[in-house]
Design a binder for this molecule. Structure first.
Ligand code: SDX
Length: 426
């Protein structure tokens, strides 16, 4: 029996099988079971991949027990309070924080690519006015590939970074355009004199003649939100991006699949659901009733913004956002009525045995919604904001997967519980 291994014994036969233990830089050891089926003739079963490491990665590390999150080794608290979203984006893509000159050049490369082909506006026209911006965004990202069909193979590092710049630069414009179309407003083109985050708020809010109400504190708050969302190891939407990337599909298809996966209310759609839930609860007097519904196993109602697959203590991003929300309460128009309801929910949930026993704490989405609300960003755009933040992470994960020469197409097996072969009656 090799020392750095684990032995599995089939108690039905007494057969023993050894599997190597692989040690990470930091975090739980990993048992490599790649040969499990070949050696044992059995599959492993792991509903929702709660105990499964799907890949090797150098990008993001989460310690769910300690409430720790690092991008390329830098703590999220440092990046969110001392650096900008473009710093974090550059770090995710290039593995190092940028110098001032590198950041200026990076910013310029994104500005140059912030416009979209005018004929993409026909795509926006095809949607009904009440189309959810995530429907438009997932379609538009995939549609981008049609304008770059000559460079979808990404065989050289130059082609990869060109793609990364394009997608990161164009998603804010597509997002802003989809919102303006949904409101029947004229689109506002990127203003290349404005910074990345300021430019997005400008495209969202400005009047055709250029007038816009924009406070620096609003730009700073949204930039922090983008940084906090930039990557999060192998979450559901990043897994979707990696699965699509493993089929050799191009990154526009992979990112579009990430948008679709993120839209779910159990994932990136939770921030919109939190606000809708607070509005539905409507009063602090109703909170107890909804807490009881959340605890009732027979009731599908769940407390949006609570719980996390990995964080079983606290979500460090939520801590940063809560501080930001409290700081902005005076400077921005945080909805005091919804805040009162949110505070009561949080107070009860943090002491109630049902939530404490299941390690259900407020996650990033519980706080981001109230801040986005105060930034006068419409609820239906909340998941789009999440996409804008997460796009650099998805692309960094896509690049990492492509760089791994032993990458295999994602093709899990199943626990089959269907019928045995049946003889057709006729
Ligand atoms: C994000 O993975 C990531 O990194 C995601 C993310 C990222 O940055 O990419 O962090 C972003 O998606 C944050 C999560 C946003 N979603 C929500 O806020 C939706 C509400 N939360 C739940 O849907 C749930 O907590 C999940 C999906 C977040 C986590 O689900 P898990 O890990 O599969 O946990 P589970 O469903 O197995 O729940 C464990 C127990 C169950 O009860 P028991 O069967 O043990 O009795 O906790 C209960 C659940 O019923 N539970 C909840 C609950 N969340 C879990 N009960 C009430 N309300 C909730 N919100």
């Amino acid at each position: 029996m090799a020392n750095n291994s684990i032995t599995v014994i089939d108690n039905r036969t007494g057969n023993k099988f050894d599997f190597p233990i692989v040690q990470p830089t930091i975090g739980p050891d990993v048992v490599d079971i790649s040969s499990f089926y070949k050696n044992t003739g059995m599959f492993t079963f792991d509903r929702g991949f709660t105990s499964t490491a799907s890949c090797r990665s150098n990008i993001t590390y989460i310690d769910g027990g300690a409430g720790k999150l690092m991008y390329r080794g830098y703590d999220i608290g440092y990046l969110a309070t001392k650096k900008t979203f473009l710093d974090a984006t550059y770090l995710l893509l290039h593995k190092e924080l940028p110098t001032k000159e590198q950041l200026d050049n990076f910013n310029l490369e994104l500005k140059k690519r912030s416009f979209i082909n005018e004929s993409m506006k026909k795509l926006f026209d095809a949607f009904p006015d009440n189309a959810h911006p995530m429907a438009i965004l997932s379609s538009a990202v995939a549609a981008l590939s049609a304008f770059y069909s000559d460079s979808l193979d990404m065989d050289t590092p130059e082609e990869v970074i060109e793609m990364a710049h394009r997608i990161i630069a164009k998603i804010p414009t597509i997002a802003a355009f989809s919102y303006r179309y949904s409101k029947g407003l004229p689109v506002i083109y990127p203003d290349l004199d404005k910074g990345f985050t300021e430019n997005f708020l400008y495209m969202l809010r400005a009047y055709p003649h250029g007038y816009v109400e924009l406070k620096p504190i609003e730009v700073e708050a949204l930039d922090t939100i983008f940084t906090l969302h930039a990557d999060h190891e192998q979450n559901a939407s990043t897994t979707a991006v990696r699965v699509v990337a493993s089929t050799q599909a191009h990154p526009y298809a992979a990112v579009s699949s990430g948008v679709g996966a993120l839209w779910g209310r159990a994932h990136g759609g939770a921030n919109e659901s939190v606000i809708r839930q607070l509005e539905m609860i409507g009063s602090v007097d109703n909170v107890d009733k909804f807490i009881a519904k959340a605890k009732d196993k027979n009731d599908p109602f769940r407390l949006m913004g609570f719980g996390h697959r990995v964080y079983k203590n606290f979500d460090p991003r939520a801590t940063i956002l809560k501080e930001l929300r409290d700081k902005l309460t005076d400077e921005l128009d945080i909805d005091s009525h919804l805040l009162e309801i949110a505070n009561k929910i949080e107070k009860i949930a943090l002491s109630d045995e049902y939530f404490v026993k299941r390690h259900l704490y407020p996650n990033i989405d519980f706080y981001s919604g109230l801040i986005l609300n105060a930034l006068r960003i419409p609820k239906e755009m909340f998941a789009v904001i999440f996409v804008m933040g997460r796009t650099p992470g998805w692309i960094a994960q896509w690049v990492e997967l492509k760089e791994q020469k032993d990458m295999k197409i994602a093709r899990p097996r199943q626990l089959y519980l269907g019928p045995l072969e049946r003889t057709p009656k006729s």
